[in-house]
Every structure is written in structure tokens, then in C-alpha cells.
Design a protein around this ligand. Structure first.
Ligand code: HEM
Ligand code: SF4
Length: 568
């Protein structure tokens, strides 16, 4: 884990003191709400449907057990006993009192965390592969670069007021697990033919109302130049990005308007002036930062473990969990465990204070005291010994964290939607719960196999619906809530934007609609074909035909008050 140096500590403390005074002035009516708004947003504090919402950054998804315990404490003391992990590797608290926020930020600072740059038109929290440093298919560990970029983006004076928010993701494995194609900048750490380390640079990806996949503008950027090159990209964006229309302000619109080649040429011209300048990264600085991410004290183990192999044979439930929730590790005798935050009856991504404390405890006992947040809204213990997987499974199961559904239909990405978010057109949590109910049979789920269902309550696409194999989007029709369905979207190496299948559905119809889509897939699939392969092979037509062929009956669903119903 990276540790703050005195600069980090100082700037965070100064910011807290400043914000404490701003809150005081707001409460004393010395500041109007209008004046206070930009100040609170700069500290991750939104006002949502019912209350203040605080968004805390988890840089590139890495957490220590102490940080997780602080999250639990905040949930218990200042919220309603739970927190919501998001697709941007952040945590959000939905029920915060304004007057508590300076104290909350103070407590976060004690464990080297903050809520700065989780809002506003600046460079936001850097996201990365949740298996960084341990993935069996890793080319280069991206974490040192992610941390260097975190430092570079923190309070970057030139880029504090960009045309719009700016999101950077970084991945260092063969498989893209950071959704780099739908980020403003997507970086992949690679080797060139000479074996040197550098980045493949993509720009102009994003979701929202105009989903666009990023374009590669540099096939190989030597690592020393990452900050100057990114600086050149941001300068071109800062200069030419649209400021007249919020909906056309993201870099994706600029890159699309002028074309990736023209954009690249502009970046190269800008870069020529700063290339090799003071922001060029040195070997010494890279090594200094990389030393924080050095390999933990792994035991010298063999790649199998007899007791573990036996447990796999003896216990089908354990074997199912291992198949879905346990991932290959580059170190012999170790594995990475995904703790599922997708339990029936619980909003995707939510964890209670009790669960967070327990997870911190698991991390201390089984995984060198470290945790990761995934952009699919789950948590990861990255370094578990094979010999201890059975014990971890039993303990996680007892705390509702071992649903064996990672990568399956009920492992949905879902934004908070209408239950919490004031921008929503429709609720999303109750739909997620309804679908989870309909697909509660684990054998059926496992038979359907890998599928990603992503859902957003409005076109802002916080729930990544555009890149879901099945995507659900909440839409407003004459003041009532409807759901538009798309299929064929994908994240990862073969990223694609889904295609809408036709007119939208009511909330009560949604479980049946998903059931029908799955039926078409089960009927049409060829050997080993995942839903996405079948959907991309056949296109929308057969799915559309079957879904709309007969009237879809409306079923009872979690209904009007799902937010409070399920919010612990
Ligand atoms: C409840 C408070 C939230 C508000 C007010 C909010 C607001 C927004 C807005 C306005 C956009 C569109 C930005 C644009 O296209 O320029 C957006 C996009 C996004 N948000 Fe949220 N959001 C919220 C919660 C979340 C949550 C809970 C997640 C994760 C589960 C999330 C992750 C994202 C992502 C991934 C995008 C898409 C980024 C892109 O277009 O490239 N947000 N959000
Ligand atoms: S997609 Fe819309 S409803 Fe969902 S969290 Fe984002 S802004 Fe809110």
C-alpha cells in the first residue's frame, strides 16, 4: 500500500480545516447555499434525494484493513449502518448530516483517505484492475503508475476547471479489467518489441448520453513521458473542449468532432514543447513509489494443496464458489477471492458496517491486511493461500459475502437510481432485486453462465448499462418510470456499445423480459458460447422477436419504497 508523505498529510489537513470553516459559515448563514455548493462539491459532498451524499475516493481501488474499518465506523456513526461501493472504485454514503462532514473527513485523513476530486470538472479518482499486482495474466503491475498519476492529478492547478469531469483508468494485464475503452483516457502498460515498458494510450471513451469507445492515439509511450504526454492531452482538451454545452463537453465529443488523427497531431505538437521537461518521470521516483507495492511475504508454496483439492471434491457448494469467486494468482499456492456484494434482497454494492469490519478482519487474517474494490461493485482479498480458501469461504458465507455469482446474471452493476439519486428517471435497485429474485436458482444461474447485466437509472450511465451484455436504462415517459433494454454491449478487450432492442417496458415486466432474453440465448447458443457471443453472432433480431411476441405480464415487484425497504 502507498503511504502518505508529509505533503499528502499537509494538503489534506489544510483542506479539512478550510472545509470545517466553510461548513460553519454555511450553518451560520454567512454563506448562501449557492455560494456553498461548489465548496462542498470540491469535498465530495452532494445533496441527493433525501440527504447529503458523501463520495470517498479509493485510489485505484486499493484499501487497507484500517481504512475499511474507518469506512465501517463512518457507516455506523454517521450514516444508517451501510455504505455503497461504486463502479468508480469509490464508496458513497447516502445519509450524511452536513455538520458531521468535517469530522468524517478528519477521521478519513487519519487513515490517509479523502473525498477530494470525487466531484467537479477535474481529474477524478484513478481506477485500475482490481487484481493489479497479483493477476495471473498481468504484463506489468500498473499500481506504481496509478499512484504517480494520483499524485500528479491531486490539485493539479492547470486542470482544476476542465470543460467537464475527467476519468483516467489504467490496466496492466492481457485482459482489460478496468474498462479502459470507456474512459476519457485509458492506459495499458505494455512492453514494446525491445522489451521496454510503456503505455498504449486511448482517449475519448465514455458513456453518458453519447457512448463512445476510446481511440488509440499512441501505440507505445515510454513510461518516463506519461505525465508530459497526459498533460499535452489535457491541454488540448482544456483549450478546445466545449464549454458552451454541458452535454457536449466531455473529451469524447472533441475527439469525435475533429477525429482521432487530428487530435493526435495536436497533442503531439503540444507535447513537443514539454517533452523531456521537469515532469518527466525518473527511474528513482518510479522505484521509490513502486517500493510501496512490493511483493508481500508470500510463503514458498507449490501450486496445489491436497486438503484444498479434497475439499473441492467433497463439497459441491465450495467448488461452485471457487469456480465463480476465486481467481488465478501469479504466485504459486495463492488465489484472489472476490467477496460478492450481490446477495439477494440487498442493493448491489452495499455493505453493512458489520460486514465491513468483518471483511477488514478477514483481510488481516488471510490477505496481508489489504483489500480491493472492483468496478463491478464487489470486494477482493487478493492474496489468499489455497490451503485457507475453505476457511475463508465458510466465514464469508456466514456473513452473506459468498454468493457464488461472480460474472453471473445476479452479479449486476447497478447505480443507486431513483431511490437516492436526484437525477434519476427511474428506480434501479428494485428492478435489480426483482431480477435477482427471479433468478434465485443457482443451478439455473450457473447453467446460463457468464453474463453481465448492467443497469442505470438515467442516461448518465453510472451503472455502465451501455457496456452490459444486457443493459437496462431507466427512462421517463409522461412522468412514469420505464426501462429500455439493450443487448450486445461489452467491456474489456472486445468493448462494444449495446443495441436497443425496441420499445421500453414497465418495472413489473422486467424480470420476464430478462427471462425471455435468456430463453432465446439458451435455445440458440452453440457449444461454449457465452450470452454475449450468441448476441453478437445473431444480432438483436431473434431476441427482439421473442421478447415482444406475446404480451408480457406484469409481476409484483419491490415497489415504491425499495430504497428504505432494503437499506438495512
Ligand atoms: C447519486 C449520485 C450520483 C450523481 C449525481 C451522478 C452524476 C453523474 C453524471 C451527471 C454523470 C454524467 C457525466 C457526463 O457524461 O458528463 C455521471 C456519469 C457516471 N457516473 Fe455518476 N452519479 C452518481 C452516482 C454514481 C454512482 C453510484 C456510480 C457508480 C455506481 C457512478 C459512476 C459513474 C460513471 C461510471 C459514469 C459514466 C462516466 C462516463 O460517461 O464516462 N455515479 N454521473
Ligand atoms: S445513472 Fe443517473 S440515476 Fe443512476 S446514479 Fe447516475 S445520475 Fe443517478
Amino acid at each position: 500500500m502507498y503511504r502518505y508523505d508529509h505533503h499528502d498529510h499537509q494538503i489534506i489537513q489544510e483542506r479539512i480545516a478550510q472545509f470545517r470553516d466553510q461548513v460553519r459559515r454555511r450553518q451560520a448563514d454567512e454563506l448562501t447555499e449557492e455560494e456553498f455548493l461548489p465548496l462542498r462539491l470540491q469535498n465530495g459532498l452532494y445533496y441527493q434525494r433525501h440527504a447529503y451524499m458523501l463520495r470517498v475516493a479509493v485510489p485505484y481501488g486499493m484499501l487497507s484493513s484500517a481504512q475499511m474499518r474507518t469506512f465501517a465506523h463512518i457507516a455506523r456513526k454517521y450514516d444508517r449502518g451501510y455504505g455503497h461501493f461504486t463502479t468508480r472504485q469509490n464508496i458513497q454514503y447516502n445519509w450524511i448530516n452536513l455538520e458531521d462532514t468535517p469530522d468524517i473527513l478528519e477521521q478519513l485523513a487519519q487513515v490517509e483517505m479523502h473525498a477530494i476530486q470525487t466531484s467537479g470538472n477535474c481529474m477524478r479518482n484513478i481506477t485500475s484492475d482490481e487484481f493489479a499486482g497479483v493477476a495471473a495474466d498481468e504484463i506489468i503491475d500498473p499500481r506504481a503508475y496509478a499512484e504517480i498519476l494520483r499524485q500528479w492529478t491531486t490539485f493539479h492547478p492547470e486542470f482544476a476547471y476542465l470543460p467537464r469531469k475527467f476519468k483516467i483508468a489504467i490496466n496492466g494485464s492481457k485482459e482489460d479489467r478496468a474498462a479502459i475503452a470507456v474512459h476519457d483516457i485509458g492506459l495499458t502498460v505494455i512492453h514494446n518489441q525491445a522489451g521496454e515498458v510503456g503505455f498504449r494510450v486511448m482517449v475519448g471513451g465514455g458513456m453518458g448520453r453519447t457512448p463512445i469507445l476510446g481511440s488509440v492515439i499512441c501505440e507505445f509511450l515510454p513510461w518516463q513521458h506519461v505525465m508530459t504526454y497526459l498533460e499535452a492531452i489535457l491541454r488540448i482538451y482544456n483549450q478546445h473542449g466545449r464549454r458552451d454545452n454541458k452535454y457536449k463537453a466531455r473529451i469524447k465529443i472533441l475527439v469525435k468532432a475533429i477525429g482521432a488523427d487530428v487530435f493526435r497531431a495536436q497533442v503531439e505538437a503540444e507535447w513537443a514543447d514539454i517533452k523531456g521537461g521537469p515532469a518527466t518521470l525518473t527511474e528513482a521516483e518510479l522505484q521509490r513509489v513502486a517500493s510501496f507495492f512490493s511483493t508481500p511475504d508470500y510463503l514458498p508454496l507449490t501450486s496445489t494443496d491436497a486438503a484444498y483439492e479434497q475439499a473441492l471434491k467433497d463439497n459441491k457448494a465450495f467448488a461452485n464458489w471457487v469456480k465463480r469467486n476465486v481467481k488465478a494468482h501469479k504466485q504459486p499456492g495463492y488465489a484472489a477471492v472476490v467477496l460478492s456484494l450481490k446477495k439477494p434482497g440487498v442493493p448491489p454494492g452495499d455493505a453493512t458496517a458489520e460486514q465491513m469490519d468483518f471483511i477488514a478482519d478477514l483481510a488481516d487474517r488471510y490477505s496481508f491486511g489489504e483489500l480491493r474494490v472492483t468496478h463491478e461493485q464487489n470486494l477482493v482479498l487478493a492474496d489468499v493461500r489455497l490451503a485457507e480458501l475453505f476457511a475463508v469461504w465458510q466465514e464469508a458465507k456466514a456473513h452473506g459475502l459468498a454468493t457464488p455469482n461472480i460474472g453471473l446474471l445476479t452479479d449486476m452493476i447497478c447505480c443507486p437510481g431513483g431511490d437516492f439519486c436526484s437525477l434519476a428517471n427511474a428506480k434501479s435497485i428494485p428492478i435489480a432485486l426483482d431480477i435477482t429474485d427471479r433468478f434465485s436458482d443457482l443451478d439455473y444461474l450457473h447453467d446460463i453462465g457468464e453474463i453481465e447485466l448492467n443497469m442505470s437509472g438515467c442516461i448518465n450511465a453510472c451503472g455502465h448499462h451501455h457496456v452490459g451484455h444486457i443493459g437496462i436504462l431507466g427512462v421517463d415517459k409522461d412522468g412514469s418510470e420505464w426501462y429500455q433494454v439493450s443487448i450486445g454491449g461489452a467491456q474489456g478487450n472486445a468493448a462494444a456499445i449495446g443495441k436497443i432492442i425496441g420499445p421500453s417496458f414497465s418495472a413489473g415486466q422486467m424480470p420476464e423480459v430478462i427471462e425471455r432474453l435468456i430463453k432465446v440465448y439458451l435455445r440458440e447458443r452453440q457449444e461454449n458460447e457465452r450470452f454475449i457471443d450468441t448476441a453478437q453472432r445473431l444480432g438483436v433480431a431473434p431476441f427482439k422477436e421473442f421478447v415482444y411476441a406475446t404480451p408480457i405480464k406484469t409481476t409484483e415487484h419491490y415497489g415504491e419504497d425499495a430504497g428504505s425497504l432494503v437499506s438495512y
